[in-house]
Write a protein that binds this ligand. Structure first.
Ligand code: SAM
Length: 269
C-alpha cells in the first residue's frame, strides 16, 4: 500500500510541476524579479563567479571549446552567462598566444517543459543569440538525460533540482554525462538557519509569495507549491551528502543570504 501511495505522490508531483511551469512560463521573469527583489540575477552571476574563483575547488572555469549542459535551464539565464564567459575567455585568448576554439563550444539547455524552453529561445533572439550555433534547446528530463556518458565538461542546474521527482536519479545522471574532471554546480533555494531572519523569511514565503502569485500571475496555487517545495527540499548538509553518494568528490556548498539560496558543487574525478 505504501509503495502504491508513493507512486501516486510521485506521479502527482510530476504532473503538478508540469502544470506549475506551463502556467508560470509567461510571467516567470517578472515574478522572479519581484519575489527575489532582483536578487536571482546576482545569485546566477555568483554561480559563475564561484565557478571562476581560482582558490575554490568549485571551479567551472568556462573555456572555449567546452561542452556544457544546463539542466532545467528553460529561461536560458545560466546558459547565456556561461556563453558570455566562454566568449570573454576566448577573446582574451585571441590577444595572447592561445588558439581560439570558440567554434567547438557547445552549450545545451535541457528542460522538461516546452513553454519554459520557448521563454529561453525568445530571450536568445532578443539578445541577438539567434545566429549562435553553439546553443541547443532540448526538451528532456533531468532524471533520464539523452546525452552520452562522459560527454560534458560542466553541468549546472539552477532552481531546478527541487522540482525533480527523484533527486537521486537526477544526480546520478549528472554524474554519468560528465567527463572525468567535470564540474557539477547547483544553485537552489535552501534552508535559512538564522533565528530572526528565519521568522521574517517564513512570513514572506508563506504569505507574501502566494499573494503576489495571485495578484500578478493570477495563480496562487502554483506559487504556494513553489514555497512548499522549498521546505521539503533536503537541507544543505543532507543535499551535499546526496551529491557525494552520487559519486562526486570534493563536495562543498556556499550559502547566500543566510541560506535563502545555496550553491553546491562537486567534481567527477
Ligand atoms: N534554471 C532556470 C532559471 O534559473 O531561471 C529555470 C528555473 S525554473 C524555477 C525550474 C525549471 O525546471 C522549469 O523550467 C521546469 O520546467 C524545469 N524542470 C522541472 N522538472 C524538470 C525535470 N525533471 N527535468 C528537467 N527540467 C525540469
Amino acid at each position: 500500500l505504501s509503495s502504491g501511495y508513493k507512486q501516486v505522490r510521485e506521479e502527482e508531483k510530476s504532473r503538478l510541476v508540469g502544470n506549475v511551469f506551463s502556467s508560470v512560463a509567461s510571467s516567470y521573469d517578472l515574478m522572479n524579479d519581484l519575489m527575489s527583489v532582483g536578487l536571482h540575477r546576482l545569485w546566477k552571476d555568483r554561480l559563475l563567479l564561484l565557478a571562476l574563483t581560482v582558490s575554490l575547488v568549485s571551479k567551472l572555469n568556462p573555456f572555449p571549446g567546452m561542452k556544457h549542459l544546463d539542466v532545467a535551464g528553460g529561461t536560458g539565464d545560466v546558459a547565456f552567462r556561461v556563453l558570455e564567459r566562454v566568449k570573454s575567455v576566448g577573446h582574451r585568448a585571441m590577444q595572447g598566444t592561445l588558439t581560439d576554439s570558440e567554434e567547438d563550444t557547445h552549450i545545451y539547455v535541457c528542460d522538461i517543459n516546452p513553454n519554459m524552453l520557448n521563454v529561453g529561445k525568445k530571450r536568445a533572439t532578443e539578445r541577438g543569440y539567434n545566429d549562435e550555433h553553439c546553443l541547443s534547446w532540448i526538451q528532456g528530463d533531468a532524471e533520464a538525460l539523452s546525452f552520452e556518458d562522459g560527454s560534458m565538461d560542466g553541468y549546472t542546474i539552477a532552481f531546478g533540482i527541487r522540482n525533480v521527482t527523484h533527486i537521486e536519479k537526477a544526480l546520478s545522471e549528472a554524474y554519468r554525462v560528465l567527463k572525468r574532471g567535470g564540474r557539477f554546480l547547483c544553485l537552489e533555494l535552501s534552508h535559512v538557519d538564522v533565528p530572526v531572519f528565519k521568522q521574517i523569511y517564513d512570513v514572506y514565503s508563506f504569505s507574501v509569495v502566494p499573494t503576489m502569485g495571485e495578484l500578478i500571475a493570477g495563480d496562487r496555487q502554483s506559487y504556494q507549491y513553489l514555497v512548499e517545495s522549498i521546505r521539503r527540499f533536503p537541507n544543505q548538509e543532507k543535499f551535499a551528502q546526496m551529491i557525494q553518494e552520487a559519486g562526486f568528490e570534493r563536495v562543498e556548498y556556499e550559502n547566500l543570504v543566510g541560506g535563502v539560496v545555496a550553491i553546491h558543487s562537486g567534481l567527477k574525478l
